[in-house]
Design a protein around this ligand. Structure first.
Ligand code: NDP
Ligand code: GDR
Length: 357
């Protein structure tokens, strides 16, 4: 009889943590996640897969902990005895990392080191093999050195967040080379979904667009519209994380779409999908600028395609539209694609938007 695999996920309540949990549960894993104690519920993204632990069917278990608290990380590791650890927890907002650099670096950089140390000790003490995934970021490439960016492109991080991710990246390699830990770095380019945090630019746009169509918002304030990102679909990207840990040898992989689009292009597709012109709604607010910007990201995921057999299932345009559809649906509005009361009907939009059109 094969043993049920156990996975431990930091950042399980985030966008990626929720999709990865779904994927691992589908594959028959027992999934354990570390959650933070907060004064309001923070488990919205995983509530639909949570089963009361008293139920013997339950395969998803949550543990209170924090990447800033090494003792607890060790205790959870001992309790769970995971076969795979996915380190997705982070203060992941680049702009916020300039406001809260120490906390960001503690979570993203030192948090990874604490977890690696805990895994090393656990593995040495028990001889149980643990596979480790580190959530690296295209932000590590920062200031353009080479395009498209690939595994061998030099890093030039431009924020406290990305400096900490570079530290975590090299620590992960160091634990692989020093202690023989099966540790992989995913270097993931931006990936989005209807579950994307509301303050990242894509979701900020699609959420505002829904509210504009519903007549609940008149303006959308944004910062730099010229930067370019290589955006993919989060559900596709968590599959790459899992694939990395199923290989014979640990390695590092870029995961990307190999195409780049500006914020303006994102706005064009999103607003024209509902027959609106974003220039009528978007205003500039310098508070959303960063002290240093990453101007251009475009990734080359050839290695992942060839070695992992990974490929994305959703195009950039499909991604924008599925996010708009989801934010429209959340407000009880139908998709422009659906028949009947579609938002392609300008009268419908005018009616919903009151005086703003
Ligand atoms: P989210 O911001 O959606 O989720 C972050 C998760 O980390 C949340 O579960 C959050 O908990 C948790 N967290 C925050 N601080 C701590 C802490 N101190 N201790 C433990 N957990 C903490 O991020 P994503 O899901 O988008 O990203 C997942 C990972 O991948 C992150 O490490 C991110 O930096 C990285 N990444 C993301 C990319 C993307 O485009 N999405 C691209 C490349 C890398 P809570 O819900 O309580 O806030
Ligand atoms: P990013 O994502 O910094 O690439 O990090 P974000 O969506 O925050 O910014 C993308 C680009 O949009 C510009 N921008 C704005 N950004 C935000 N958040 N809000 C605005 O109002 C706004 N206006 C313009 C930004 O300047 C930037 O150029 C994300 C995170 O998920 C990281 O954790 C991850 O590592 C990287 O993607 C890959």
């Amino acid at each position: 009889m094969t043993q049920t695999k156990r996975a431990l996920i930091t950042g399980i309540t985030g966008q990626d943590g929720s999709y990865l949990s779904e994927l691992l549960l589908e594959k028959g894993y027992q999934v354990h996640g570390i959650i933070r104690r907060t004064s309001t519920f923070n488990t919205d993204r995983i509530d639909h897969i949570y089963v009361d632990p008293h139920n013997e069917q339950a395969r998803l278990f949550l543990h209170y902990g924090d990447l800033t608290d090494g003792t607890t990380l060790r205790r959870i590791l001992e309790e769970v005895e995971p076969h795979e650890v996915y380190n997705l927890g982070a203060q992941s907002h680049v702009r916020v990392s300039f406001d809260a650099p120490e906390y960001t670096v503690d979570t993203v950089g030192m948090g990874t080191l604490r977890l690696l140390e805990a895994v090393r000790d656990y593995q040495q003490r028990t001889s149980n093999q643990v596979r480790f995934y580190q959530a690296g970021s295209s932000e590590m490439f920062g200031k353009v050195q080479e395009v498209p960016q690939k595994e061998t492109t030099p890093f030039y991080p431009r924020s406290p967040y990305s400096c900490a991710k570079v530290f975590a990246h090299w620590q992960t390699i160091n634990y692989r080379e020093s202690y023989g830990l099966f540790a992989c770095n995913g270097i993931l380019f931006n990936h989005e979904s209807p579950r994307r945090g509301e303050t990242f630019v894509t979701r900020k746009i699609t959420r505002a667009l829904g509210r504009i169509v519903a007549g609940q918002q008149k303006k959308l304030y944004l910062g730099n519209l010229d930067s370019k990102r290589d955006w993919g679909y989060a559900k596709d990207y968590v599959e790459a994380m899992w694939l990395m840990l199923q290989q014979e040898e640990p390695d590092d992989y870029v995961i990307a779409m190999n195409e780049t689009h500006s914020i303006r292009e994102f706005l064009d597709i999103a607003f024209s999908y509902v027959n609106l012109n974003w220039n009528d709604f978007v205003e500039f607010d310098p508070r959303y600028l960063r002290p240093a910007e990453v101007d251009l990201l475009i990734g080359d995921a050839t290695k992942a395609r060839e070695k992992l057999g990974w490929k994305p299932s959703v195009t950039f345009e499909e991604l924008v539209k599925l996010m708009v559809d989801s934010d429209l649906a959340a407000l009880g509005l139908s998709s422009p694609n659906s028949t009947g009361s579609g938002v392609e009907d300008n009268a419908y939009i005018r009616q919903n938007m009151g005086a703003t059109v």
